[in-house]
Write a protein that binds this ligand. Structure first.
Ligand SMILES: NC(=O)C1=CN([C@@H]2O[C@H](COP(=O)(O)OP(=O)(O)OC[C@H]3O[C@@H](n4cnc5c(N)ncnc54)[C@H](O)[C@@H]3O)[C@@H](O)[C@H]2O)C=CC1
Ligand SMILES: Nc1nc(O)c(N)c(N[C@@H]2O[C@H](COP(=O)(O)O)[C@@H](O)[C@H]2O)n1
Length: 248
């Protein structure tokens, strides 16, 4: 039976609150049955099977921007492009457009040798860093390779402020952002109250206690509404809308 990806084209990834002046935020990642997103010492794992990987690429296609933390860049050296065939898309779909890669990099550690900076990379990254740790030579070297470096304030935990990030993305015409990870970024977004859509790939494997947990601290995590589950080969994708409970 052919895999049905219609739910990914039928889901809206637009900001419903037009006064919000921030992009629609989709949080999506792949985890094992024991809640791990990577192996020992962060070893990159291919948890998604072929069908759920296609689903991830459809999600990339449907968003203006794709965001990961610098930990993921250093560990995985990702491309963050859309890799689909015309068979994966509804008839009459236009040409493939790649999302704008966004990297949260508080200390400007982004490697000059990253795949995202290769001449073959279709969309060069926007790197968000802090003026406190700015190194003007590193910034110049990154920009010479096509990256754009933005300076933003840090929040109380020493991370890039997500509110500041969203204003800058909005001002630069980014109306939807897909957050892929890794662990620290997933936790920050879950805690932030700023996630509009949550799409989780669950792969039928156990990684074990040495793996990297998707979420360490669930204290500030949301509950969920509008939940649906979609079989994708051997995997399942959960789709839901986070609901944040007011805490005193
Ligand atoms: N299975 C999956 O779907 C995915 C798995 N991964 C895995 O995740 C691991 C990487 O995760 P982490 O080491 O936690 O790195 P990460 O990718 O979450 O980056 C964390 C770093 O981002 C920077 N940062 C700046 N602002 C931040 C903010 N507001 N919130 C959080 N971080 C901010 C900080 O320097 C922080 O150290 C790798 O092992 C990778 O393979 C990554 C993406 C998806
Ligand atoms: N959907 C999904 N399933 C997995 O099993 C994964 N390991 C990931 N990882 C994410 O994809 C990035 C690699 O992207 P490219 O193939 O290089 O474009 C990786 O860095 C994680 O963000 N995702």
């Amino acid at each position: 039976m052919a895999t049905n990806y219609d739910f990914l084209f039928e889901t809206s990834f637009e900001q419903s609150n037009k006064d919000a002046k921030r992009p629609h935020v989709t949080l999506t990642y792949a985890q094992s049955l024991d809640g791990k997103i990577a192996g020992r010492h962060g070893q990159q794992l291919i948890l998604s099977g072929a069908q759920s990987m296609t689903a991830t690429h459809i999600l990339r296609l449907r968003h203006d921007a794709i965001l990961v933390g610098i930990g993921t860049v250093l560990n995985d050296d990702p491309r963050l492009t859309v890799r689909l065939t015309s068979d994966d898309l509804p008839k009459g779909s236009g040409p493939i457009r790649h999302p704008q890669p966004i990297i949260l990099d508080s200390k400007l550690r982004f490697p000059l040798t990253a795949k995202l900076l290769l001449p073959t990379s279709p969309t060069k990254p926007w790197i968000f860093t802090s003026p406190i740790h700015s190194d003007s030579q590193k910034k110049a070297n990154l920009e010479a390779l096509g990256a754009k470096v933005f300076f933003l304030d840090l929040d109380l935990s020493g991370h890039i402020s997500l509110e500041g990030l969203f204003s800058t993305l909005w001002e630069n015409n980014m109306r939807s952002v897909m957050v892929e990870g890794g662990a620290s970024v997933i936790s920050s977004f879950l805690k932030s109250g700023l996630v509009d859509s949550f799409l989780l790939t669950i792969a039928p494997v156990f990684v074990g206690k040495d793996g990297v947990s998707a979420v360490e601290d669930v204290e500030a995590a949301p509950e969920f509404d509008d939940i649906s589950y979609h079989p994708l080969g051997r995997d399942t994708m959960m789709v839901a809308k986070p609901r944040y409970i007011a805490r005193s």
